[in-house]
Design a protein around this ligand. Structure first.
Ligand SMILES: O=C(O)C1=N[C@H](C(=O)O)C[C@H](O)C1
Length: 289
């Protein structure tokens, strides 16, 4: 299976009293698909997954799975835990309607690169669905060399990567040149999405695409079609939007803009996140229009 196109890592909307806003989540999921998203990611970082209760996580999954089934689009589910055993347990219990699981290196632990390979080898044995490895060293504190990324790509059961290396570094360039064709690479760093697509990424998982969904979908399509001039120009404009949306910790600005636009009932986020400032919200609203 090859993952292509734009996949939306949905925020979790809350009501004005702080409860899960189920209707708003369902509406949002339908809207992004209407606007050109090729798939949905539930319970990613952008969903504040670690701040949700187990019941809320289960409801989010049910809602997203129902929309994905109705719209016939893939559902990728974020699964994160501190150890290999607990991650394997969470994967084994995954909703059967999931198409893939998005799994980072456990944060804070800082295993060796050999440990990372052993971790994902063990997880593929436990997972009922293919894995998309979430490479995000600035959150996990575990950089990975090109050699390790290529070893991970060779593990049966690894369908691809969400690549969010914090830039286009040496490892990224070597990995993009040498990875097997069957390995999907999805751009996962909003600001660097266009350059990674230019290097051959097959798609993207971008929180920024809650806004301007159709334009982000077009960015992916243009790069995939080799229309570099148009893609580059659009990429520059969308990078400016991403800058504004990531001016404060994700997803606080995105939620504030969606609330201002009346697409979700409130800008509420859960601690330790704080609601977006009016300044950041104003700038993002302008760039989103
Ligand atoms: O939840 C996600 O998936 C994403 N998370 C990233 C982050 O919060 O660092 C941003 C990316 O756009 C998608």
């Amino acid at each position: 299976m090859t993952f292509t196109g734009l996949h939306l890592p949905l925020i979790t909307p809350f009501t004005t009293t702080g409860a899960l806003a189920e209707d708003a989540l369902e509406r949002l999921a339908h809207t992004v698909v209407d606007d050109g998203a090729d798939g949905i990611v539930a319970l990613g970082t952008t969903a504040e997954a670690s701040s949700l209760t187990a019941d809320e996580r289960a409801r989010v999954l049910e809602i997203c799975a129902a929309v994905c089934a109705e719209r016939a689009v893939p559902l990728t589910v974020g699964v994160e835990s501190a150890s290999t055993a607990s991650t394997a347990e969470a994967l084994a219990a995954l909703d059967r309607r999931a198409t893939a699981a998005l799994v980072p290196v456990p944060a804070f632990v800082r295993p060796s690169e050999e440990g990372v390979i052993a971790h994902f080898t063990a997880l593929t044995a436990a997972a009922p669905v293919p894995l998309i490895i979430y490479h995000i060293p600035y959150r996990t504190a575990r950089p990975l060399s090109a050699g390790t990324l290529l070893s991970l790509a060779a593990i049966p059961g690894v369908a691809g990567f969400k690549h969010a290396a914090g830039g286009i570094d040496d490892a990224t360039i070597t990995f993009m040149a040498d990875r097997p064709d069957r390995t999907a690479v999805l751009a996962g760093d909003d600001r660097f999405a266009s350059p990674l697509l230019a290097l051959g990424a097959s798609g993207a998982i971008l929180a920024s695409a809650h806004l301007a969904t159709a334009r982000f979908a077009r960015l992916v399509a243009l790069w995939r079609a080799g229309q570099a001039d148009a893609a580059r120009a659009l990429g520059h404009r969308l990078a400016a939007l991403s800058d504004a949306l990531f001016a404060e910790p994700n997803p606080v600005v995105i939620k504030a803009v969606l609330a201002e636009q009346g697409r979700i009932p409130s800008r509420a986020v859960r601690l330790p996140l704080l609601p977006a400032t009016p300044e950041a919200t104003g700038t993002a609203l302008q760039r989103a229009s």
